[in-house]
Design a protein around this ligand. Structure first.
Ligand SMILES: [Zn+2]
Length: 456
């Protein structure tokens, strides 16, 4: 009997949160059955599966939920966490401190930092991650190829974006000239990567998107040409937008337009686009984003660290925009823990909307189905029959949860940060809090050595 025919019953859970409307009916509290790479049965409380079961996993003491989805990251930045010269700065000064360091990245550094970032997320219950890699120098021509290899090694689902910077300091942009590329080179490599790696089928493990870095680091022509190329191949578009007031000022000065007007002028106000941050929009701009169904990745930790502001997540959702959650790069977070990010969103959004208007399930939604909607995927982000078997389980057998009442609320309120078991695409990748394959100790050692070399 091959793997596709074998069924695993995740049984006796403390609580199952499906991440969809079924979640409120407790209809899966008897557990979940997985066969191959799919969920094939939700078992009601007190019932047993209707099919033959070959393996069981005892989920006693665990909350079972959909694997978390990360919508914005820069994996390489795990090499510059808490970087001394970038501490206590706001975005533009922070970037100027770090660009020269990132200019020295090598492909080996990309491989190791990507594996480390993915592993860190996996251990936090994340099963799908987007990355925005935009630093390409002569030493990192094949950065995205290295990231694909790292994702395959860790066993996570990824949406890797071919980022770009084409507006160097000499042309009025922010980045130094050694990390900008010509538009031709960028577009050629983008098309190569789409053809080589982008999967369109349900259950895709690797997808590619195109991601000019930001209005202050690429030319207007590259924004337009990237959109044409993405639409030719049916891949998504991504960029940073409306992160800071400085960016508003830059866009008004450079283009005579606010960031969203600029976005619209280059053909990007569309449902195939997702934006990182989305903080400094006015009401009329939120309505336009919602009407276009342009998606937003809310990055609460980064926004607080860099004091950028507060994304109006609920207003954007009400207007019609999908909203997901991103840890952002690890130089502005400075960790890659998606369950902690759910808690950060929960707390930050409450400051804006009040404690009854932003619940723990609202926060969990951002980290699951909200992310799937942002990625335009219907096969992940919830626990339902026919969906991909991407599952995160959190044990409440820890001091921080002792005495908790509502197990699902406890994950957010008590600060869950480490998954007990994680399944991606039907494969167990974390078991009892440890990686099923891979040597974490040696990976951390390699990462440290690369970080030291990069800083020197
Ligand atoms: Zn970012």
């Amino acid at each position: 009997m091959d793997k596709a025919e074998k069924s695993t019953w995740i049984k006796n859970p403390l609580k199952v949160w499906t991440g969809n409307q079924l979640g409120s009916t407790h209809s899966a509290d008897g557990g979940i059955v997985v066969s191959g790479d799919r969920i094939v049965e939700l078992v009601p409380q007190g019932a047993t599966p209707t099919r033959n079961i070959h393996n069981t996993l005892d989920a006693s003491g665990c909350v079972v939920m959909p694997g978390l989805i990360n919508c914005h990251h820069h994996f390489y930045q795990t090499l510059t966490r808490a970087f001394p010269s970038a501490l206590n700065k706001e975005l533009f000064d922070w970037l100027v401190s770090l660009y020269p360091v990132w200019a020295n990245l090598t492909e080996e550094a990309i491989s190791i930092s990507s594996e480390l970032a993915l592993t860190e997320m996996l251990l936090s219950g994340c099963t799908t991650a987007a990355d925005h890699h935009y630093v390409f120098s002569d030493k990192t021509q094949n950065a995205i190829d290295r990231q694909v290899e790292a994702a395959e090694k860790v066993g996570m689902r990824v949406l890797l974006t071919r980022g770009s910077m084409s507006l160097g300091k000499d042309e009025g942009g922010l980045p130094p000239n050694e990390v900008v590329q010509t538009a031709d080179k960028i577009l050629q490599d983008s098309e190569r990567l789409i053809n080589a790696y982008h999967q369109q089928h349900a259950g895709a493990m690797v997808q590619i998107a195109l991601a000019p870095c930001s209005p202050f680091s690429v030319t207007t022509d590259l924004m337009r040409d990237s959109a044409s190329l993405a639409r030719k191949h049916g891949v998504q578009l991504h960029t940073h937008l409306a992160e800071t007031e400085d960016e508003n000022a830059f866009c008004l000065d450079m283009f005579g337009l606010r960031p969203l007007d600029y976005l619209e002028s280059v053909g990007w106000l569309s449902d195939d686009v997702w934006l990182a941050h989305g903080i400094h929009f006015n009401d009329q701009e939120i309505a336009r984003l919602g009407k276009a169904k342009t998606a937003i990745s809310h990055c609460p930790s980064s926004n607080m660290v860099l004091a950028s502001g507060l994304c109006p997540a609920k207003d954007l959702q009400r207007a019609g925009s999908p909203v997901g959650l991103g840890v952002d790069g690890s130089a502005s977070n400075d960790c890659s823990n998606l369950m902690q990010e759910v808690r950060q969103a929960f707390m930050l959004q409450r400051l804006k909307y009040g404690s009854s208007e932003f619940t723990h399930t609202d926060a969990l939604h951002l980290g699951t189905k909200g992310g799937a909607e942002l990625m335009r995927r219907t096969d992940i982000g919830e626990l339902a029959v026919g969906k991909q078997a991407d599952i995160a389980m959190f044990s409440l057998d820890e001091a921080r949860f002792a005495g908790a009442g509502d197990p699902l609320a406890a994950l957010v309120l008590c600060g869950a940060h480490r998954a007990e078991h994680v399944m991606v695409n039907g494969e167990w990748r974390v078991s009892h809090g440890e990686l099923v394959s891979g040597d974490l100790t040696s990976l951390i050692e390699k990462q440290r050595a690369v970080a030291v070399a990069l800083a020197s």
